[in-house]
Design a protein around this ligand. Structure first.
Ligand SMILES: [Fe+2]
Length: 183
């Protein structure tokens, strides 16, 4: 990823990444499909989450088109989806709502400031939109993870479970050393 000091290139990569968020929508769909006996309220919140991720992808597409870039020329990050989908569905949901949401906020707020300084209102608005949605997704995670752990008979307390999942995220996702153990 280009350095943040290189505003133009960094911003292009930032929005190209948004254009790959179909993978987040797919993960929410996967979780919904594999946990059919959760209450209706969970399905309702997860459906909203799924819809938000589709819009984030669309936001990336629109940004790229506005800047005369072809969104279909940049690949979806299938290796990330493949990595995430090898884990049990509750862990996938935890990865999506806890790690991405919590860890990404300082970066995203920094991007709002950068777009403001550059007078780039469209990019600023898009990132603010994303922050609002991700705030909601973290709320969903906090609301539903305790229920999901009960639902699947997980023995670890919530804090320990989230901490363990975070460790995997830190050592694999953050470093880019994604280990896939299933075909
Ligand atoms: Fe997203």
């Amino acid at each position: 990823m280009p350095a943040e000091e290189d505003y133009r290139d960094h911003t292009t990569t930032e929005f190209t990444r948004y254009s790959t968020e179909m993978l987040a929508a797919e993960t929410v769909a996967h979780v919904l499909y594999t946990l059919p006996k959760m209450p209706w309220e969970f399905q309702f919140d997860a459906a909203r989450h799924l819809y938000d991720e589709v819009r984030h992808c669309l936001m990336g597409f629109e940004w790229m088109r506005t800047h005369r870039l072809n969104p279909f020329a940049s690949p979806q990050y299938l290796h990330v989806y493949r990595w995430r989908s090898q884990f049990p569905p509750v862990m996938q949901y935890c990865l999506l709502t806890m790690e991405n949401g919590v860890n990404a906020f300082p970066y995203r707020h920094g991007r709002v400031d950068a777009h403001q300084r550059a007078g780039d209102a469209l990019s600023e608005q898009f990132v603010r939109y994303d922050i609002a949605d991700e705030t909601q997704h973290v709320r969903f995670g906090k609301r539903w993870l305790p229920e999901l752990l009960k639902h699947v008979g997980e023995k670890r307390p919530l804090e320990k479970y989230v901490k363990d999942v975070l460790k995997v995220w830190e050592s694999e996702y953050r470093t880019g050393k994604l280990t896939v153990n299933v075909e």
